[in-house]
Design a protein around this ligand. Sequence first.
Ligand code: AQP
Length: 359
Amino acid sequence: MATIFSGMQPTGGLHLGNYLGALRQWVKLLNSGEHKGIFCVVDAHALTIDYEPKELLARTRETAMVYMAAGIDPERALIFVQSDVKEHFELQWYLSCVAHVGELTRMTQFKEKSEQHESVKAGLLTYPILMAADILLYKATLVPVGADQVQHLEFARDTARHFNHRYRADVFPEPKPHPLTLRIKGLDGQAKMSKSRGNTISLLDPPKTVKKKIGGAFTDPARVTRDIPGTPEICNIYTMHTAVSPPDKVTYVAEGCRTAGIGCGDCKAILLESLEVELVPIRQKAEVLAREPARIDAVLQDGAAEARKIASATMREVREVMGFNADTMGAPPGPVQAGSQASPRPGSAPIPPDARGAS
Ligand code: AQP
């Protein structure tokens, strides 16, 4: 059974782009019964952009809540928070010692995001190493990724290869991409719908807000008046139709747009109906979950406990092939006392009393 791993950053409220482009596909993959699912809220990745520490925890919980409301069943999949499993960061460092800086500086996301800042934080450069650690820690074999993350997944595959080759071991399987091709543009019709751009329809927006946002959303600029035909393929409203409307309605709005048989307002009204079919159950489940924060915390605690089990088993293998003491996690805390029962590191000679500074 393939293990799917994926995650989202708690950088803001999850939106239609996150849902239609990724989350809905995770649910489909999980419900196919062919995969084991591990879904992480990647809060440490969220530090690579400016954020408000006081808001991070609430956003992290909300992200997990939306995973559940959208259909990720915690009985069938692990849901946990990245920073709760410290092995991600340990593995990140080890991988950073087999990864190449040249590969990192070539990443499109790094180039684009670093151009926006005068002083570039190291975390922006090493972001793909943490992503590789997230995936490899669970030996995930299938990773649902959007086009903008394909390069990072390729990096994770390369890093798995570098590691296995360097340590002449077969610790990490190479994760395969499960391509997510749908791309939803923002309400501005310019860039992709993005939490950080403020051009989103949030999954938890009330119906009135969704209506208002769709009403003001950018369409084909050629359709200045209702009687001018348009090109549905370049219109973000049409893209959303293809994701949420039944096929007969998709055909109807496409033809109506091309022939000027319908106006953008008509097209948006039909989209609203389809969107509500998709969003109502998510909102309802989220409302119930929001009243039960202890349930969300319990899911995240159980998820982290299970994730730690997998992670610590992988790290044991990793440490062993790297020449560390594989049992570090189980070692008793505190300094080793003379005459204690603690086992010496493999291959280590006893330390002579003089060297310990004993009088
Ligand atoms: N507009 C989108 N259309 C389709 N898919 C999208 N995804 C994001 N936006 C769209 C997919 O959602 C998953 C999780 O994304 P993320 O939270 O890790 O970060 P992101 O892709 O950078 O999402 P945002 O909203 O744009 O966040 P910010 O603004 O913080 O950078 C990914 O699988 C992504 O493909």
